[in-house]
Every structure is written in C-alpha cells, then in structure tokens.
Write a protein that binds this ligand. Sequence first.
Ligand code: AMP
Length: 614
Amino acid sequence: MNAFKELGLEDHLVQAITDLGFETPSEVQEKTIPLLLDEDRDLVALAQTGTGKTAAFGFPMLQKIDINSRTTQGLILSPTRELCLQITNEMKLYGKHCKGLNVTAIYGGASITDQANQVKRGAQIIVATPGRMKDMISRRLVDISKIEYAVLDEADEMLNMGFFEDITEILSYTPEEKSTWLFSATMPKEVSLIAKKFMDSPTEVTVGHKNMGSKNVSHEYFVVGARDRYQALKRLADANPEIFSVIFCRTKRDTQKVAEQLIEDGYNAGALHGDLSQNQRDVVMKSFRAKQIQMLVATDVAARGIDVDDITHVINYQLPDEIEIYTHRSGRTGRAGKTGISMVIASKSEVRKIKSIERIIQKEFIKKEVPNGMEICEVQLKALASKIHDTEINQEIEPYLNDINSLFEDVTKDELIKKFFSAEFTRFFNYYKKSKDLKSQSGSTSDDNYRSDNNSARFFINIGSKDGYDWMKLKDFLRDTLQLNQDDLYKVDVKDSFAFFNTDAAHKDKVLEFFTDFKQDGRFINVEVTEKKSRDRNRGGGGGGRRSGGEGGYGGGRGRGRNDRSKGSSSGFKSESRGRRSDSDSSSSRSPRRSSDFKPSGGGDFSRARKSRR
Ligand code: AMP
C-alpha cells in the first residue's frame, strides 16, 4: 500500500502526492499526519523548514475541512509574505484534486481589495501574514469566527519579528474550540509561552533534537584573518563551481557591500536586505529561484522564509550573535532530503563561539583550510573539462567549421586540448599563482575588506592605540558621541597615535561640525577628511578602476545550466566600478571571473539572446 495512504490520507490526496513525486513520508509527516487525522487536538511540532512540514499540516487540514462549504475553516499564519505565498502554492498543489477548493493568500504589499474579493468568493483556507490579517479583520474583510484549524507556522520566526500581539489579537477572533497546530524550528521561551497561552494540552512532536539543525547538513569552519574574509569567500565560491548559496552577513551595509563587490568581481550575486523595496526583493528572489543568482547575500531578517530547496551551501560570512540564528541559517540548506554544507568564515576569536554552537546543535564542525590558489585552479579546470565534455554541439556553427578546421590543420588533438584549456586556465592561474594562503595570522580584527565607497567619507582622527583605543572602542566612542548607528561607521583603522574611519558622505558635515573645537580631557580632538586610499597602502595588489560587465567563471560562466548570467539589475542596485581597492588575492589586478579575453564585447546581449531562444 502507498505509504501516504497508510498514514490515513484519502485517495484524492494520495493522488496529488503521487503527482508531486513524493515517494515516502518525511519524519515530520510520519509523526504528525496520523495524529492530526486521528482526532481534533492541539499540536506542537518542532521541525526545521525543509523537512516537509507544510505537507504535515496541509494534508490533514485538506482532509478535514468541508470543501463543499464556503466558510473559512482553516487559517495558516506565517511570518513573511514569501513564505505565505509558498504555503499557498503548496496547499493548492496538495489540494489539486479537491474540487471547489479555494486557498487565499493574505499579505502586505498587494491589493487588499483583490484579497478581500478572493475571500468573499469563499476561501475555505486562508494563509496570512499577521500584519495584513489584523488589518483585514479590523476592516471586517474576513470572518475567522468559524475557524476549526489554526496553524502557527515558523512560530519562533513570527515571535522574533515581534508578531506576538498581532497573533494574540488574531486568535482572539477565532473560536475557543478550534485545534491549533504550532510548528517551530526552535523552542525559545516565547514559543513555549504561546503554546501555553493558546493551546490545550498539546501533543508534542519533535523531529531531531530541539534547536538542532538538519541531519543532512555538515558544518565546516575556516579560520582567517578578519581582513581576509572577503577573499576567503571568493575562494570558497571558486572552489565550488556549482555553488548555489546564501551568504549571511550581520548588517545591511555588509550585505550590500559584499554583494556589490561580488558582482563587480564577476560573480552571479545579489543582495537581499531590508533597505531594498519589496519590489526589488521580489526581483532578487525571482532571479535566485531561477538560479541566475548563485550567491545570495542576505541579512537574517530578510532571509526569513527563503524556501528554496536546492541550496548547496550556506556561508556565514560573519557569525550571528545568537546560536539559534545559526540553526536557522544552516537550515536553509540540506532540505527536502538533499545534503548541504554550512560554512563559517571565522576569525580566531570566534572559534570559541563555534564550540558553543557545536554543543547546541550536537554536531561537530570540521575545521578546514581555505583552498589555496592551485587547488582552485585544479577544481576550475576539471569543472570546465566536464562542462565541455557534456556540452551539446550547436549545429549552427557548421558553416564556420571549414575555416576553423583549416586554421587548426597543423595542430594535433592533444595540442588543441592543451591550447583550449590553457586559454581559460591561465586566467585563474595568473590570478592565483602568487596568492598567499589565507590563514588566521593576518593582523587586523576589523571586518572591512571592501574597497572605499564613493558615497562615503574617510576621516582622520588624532587619537589611536596610545590613547587606549582599539577599533571596537573607537567605533563605540564615535557612535555614542556622534549619535550614529552601528552601521553608519565602518573601516575603523586604529594606528599608534591616530586612526581612520568612514561614514556615509551624508554624515560628513555632521562629523566635521561636531569635532570643531572638540576637547576631551583637556585635549583637542582633531578630525579631518582624508584620502580614501590610506588604508590600502600597505596591502598587496589592487585593481585599477574596472567596469563590471564580464562573465564569470571558466568558459564564460557557470550558471548551472539553466541561465548563465545575471548582472546588476537582479541585485536591486547598480554596481559601480570604483577606484583603487585592496585585493590581497590578486597578483594580477584582474579577477579571474572577469570577462574572458576572447568574449564578444556585447557579451550581455549575446547571453540574453541565447536565453530567449530557449
Ligand atoms: P517544507 O518543509 O514544507 O517547506 O518542504 C520542503 C520541500 O520538500 C517542499 O518543496 C516540498 O514540496 C518537499 N516535500 C515535502 N514532503 C516531501 C516528501 N515526502 N518527499 C519529497 N519531498 C517532499
């Protein structure tokens, strides 16, 4: 008998499961579906995203509601619009053989009238984000007084996002006797509290251990000098040509900068953070899903609800402050039965934190070295070789072959292979041949390995380590005295008797004005605008002003087959080439992912045309 049928699901639902290609129930499905079908009860299920939990609550809900009635009977609350839409789509797929089923998504940023009209047509199930749901209730556009099943999905995320009061209010409009099913990846106090407040002796189901990450994810860390973080990131990407990853940064500024830098260096990257408009975020997510973006650089908040199944790597560009956040980050990979790797780029001082994460997730991290240049060259060469081997021959080159053949008349197959691969190999080889190994010894603990920014101002200040400041203390001092935010100050570089720091150009006047005639302990503190280059002087390499526009990787990109390229627009911001920048990895100033020498100059159009023909 079909394994899903054995769980108690009816034939039309089992048919949908077969159509979807699910063969065996996941652990959370095995544990919850029979319980929920058996009798109406409250349930708390601890399960990561990607474990199949939507189906775990979705199928029982579909089986239990009355499709012939137009009353709203099921309500699913989810933290983000993204997740809300995903659940809605999944529910529609699960219920594709339920004639007359109407699942409606209610979320902010779209027309409330359209959503109200859909509800009016008779939505048996509403999937909603708390903010818009509350709004709809207060305008009497929905009626949830006859709800029989309420799901709180990703409850920990909803509470993290401050939805406690909204949830409380929404649930107050639902009947007491409904069943409530709460799903959460982690079990912080707040979630237990909500379970106590809204549920009646809930049955507890745990998939894996509490707060423990997916068993399909392995964890690795790379100790590097803080200034080498960005170079390490690039190498990790170069050493994994098929990477499809989310890269987590701590602040919006870092997220934007890392993404911009990656784009400029020829990677298929995009940024996802709260300073982008909803529309920009949608564009980025669309490109990411289509795999036009291989490296999505995101903040924790913006990455909530990213439900993309085949992410190969999560890279912690910086570790999060809270260990629970690490569990969420790493849970973005290793989904739907696939394996994944969660990598941490750590400075020496962060190793202790890794040890405490190990204790919580009950898994050991593997300590690894950042691949050296030659290892990367080898990986890239092999990846190119198998790509060429698997390339389908385009018959349209036929008319040109005569000319090409005569050009190569004096070249043997062996030589031809060597020449062909040398043309590409040399690019990576030249870039990496003199590069140093990235280990933890390099000096600074400041985290700003990006080039200077045209929109920022660099300042000189006449206090330094002699005065008891390290970069953190100076940053704190400046932030407090200038009343700036954490993100507003960066590139703080402390020398013996002076230091440098950056702010956005918009704060320039404020900084200068503030420090005019400023005295501390009887001493004048002098702040001046300085040249941006100062901190890069003692660094290796450094590219001249280069324009973005090349294609990345060997052989003109490595867009995992479907789409080869995404540039600029998909990231929701414009990537600009800037002046001199530090680049400790490049013996040649050119990133190996920049345009191949023999590519047609209109590369962008060429790849667009290719895409549209498909
Ligand atoms: P979820 O945890 O609900 O976000 O599910 C993650 C992904 O796994 C979704 O794309 C589901 O379609 C898929 N999925 C759910 N259940 C199964 C299953 N039993 N077998 C294979 N894939 C599944």
